[in-house]
Design a protein around this ligand. Structure first.
Ligand code: AKG
Length: 244
């Protein structure tokens, strides 16, 4: 179960590192399959061990606590980085960083002891990211900020480094949870090893960020719960998702 302290951290900072979600053997196996594959399409289609990450038993209690019982998977993709590779700057936040803007599915709410989110991410890390390596970075607490449009462009692009942007330290096997209401992005990579992150993104059952829904024909041996979580958005008669 998600602890009360973990709920406090998510409410405070907008992200959480869930330690040792994957065992060393699971990380090894996923890395081996990646080494042997051509890495095309969403990782959930790369075979059973990747499909199983959709509702891995160690992340389900967190998803139900953060999104509620109608959780659906919205989309998934991989980020591999090597050399001095650069990707997107800081983005996200409820207003999308644009004056008067609104990202719609990027929201964070608290009421009566319950946390709820729009689009959320579970990033499965298959390689470590130590301080200074780059990769995921964020402005802790910015999911509740009212001034994200004031973040200067040179900070968003990581050209100017400031104390309020953090690149958390992550080990292989850890899952990074974050809400897309948090201002976040990808710091240029600078480690000698390859960054290997698999991002599985979830929404409340009634909403979607992606315009592309899952095609179940691309998958083998989906469980009933996986099929339920992969349904297109709706709420009327949508069944609830349960723990094992
Ligand atoms: O993990 C990362 O590098 C950040 C991913 C990102 O920007 C996103 O999920 O929108």
């Amino acid at each position: 179960m998600m602890t009360e302290e973990e709920k406090f951290i998510v409410d405070l900072e907008g992200y959480l590192i869930i330690k040792n979600v994957l065992t060393t053997d699971e990380v090894k196996e996923l890395n081996r399959l990646i080494d042997e594959s051509d890495r095309i399409g969403p990782p959930s289609t790369w075979g059973q061990p990747f499909q199983n990450l959709i509702d891995h038993s160690n992340i389900m209690p967190y998803l139900l606590e953060m999104i509620g019982p109608y959780v659906r998977i919205d989309h998934d993709y991989a980020i591999f980085m090597s050399g001095e590779e650069k990707r997107g700057g800081l983005h996200g936040g409820e207003d999308g960083g644009r004056p008067g803007g609104h990202e719609g599915d990027h929201w964070y709410k608290y009421r009566d002891g319950v946390i709820r989110n729009g689009l959320c991410v579970m990033t499965f890390n298959l390689a470590p990211a130590r301080p200074g390596d780059g990769g995921f970075a964020c402005i802790p607490g910015s999911h509740k900020s009212n001034f994200t449009t004031s973040i200067p462009q040179e900070v968003r692009s990581f050209e100017r480094r400031t104390h309020y942007v953090l690149q958390p330290s992550i080990d292989a096997g850890d899952v990074l949870f974050f809400t897309e209401a948090l201002v976040h992005g990808t710091m240029p990579w600078s480690a000698d090893h390859e960054r290997r992150s698999l991002l599985y993104k979830y929404s409340p059952g009634h909403s979607a960020w992606s315009g592309h829904y899952y095609d179940l024909n691309r998958y083998d041996k989906l469980t009933d719960r996986q099929k339920l979580m992969m349904m297109p958005p709706s709420i009327g008669s949508r069944p609830t998702v349960k723990l094992d």
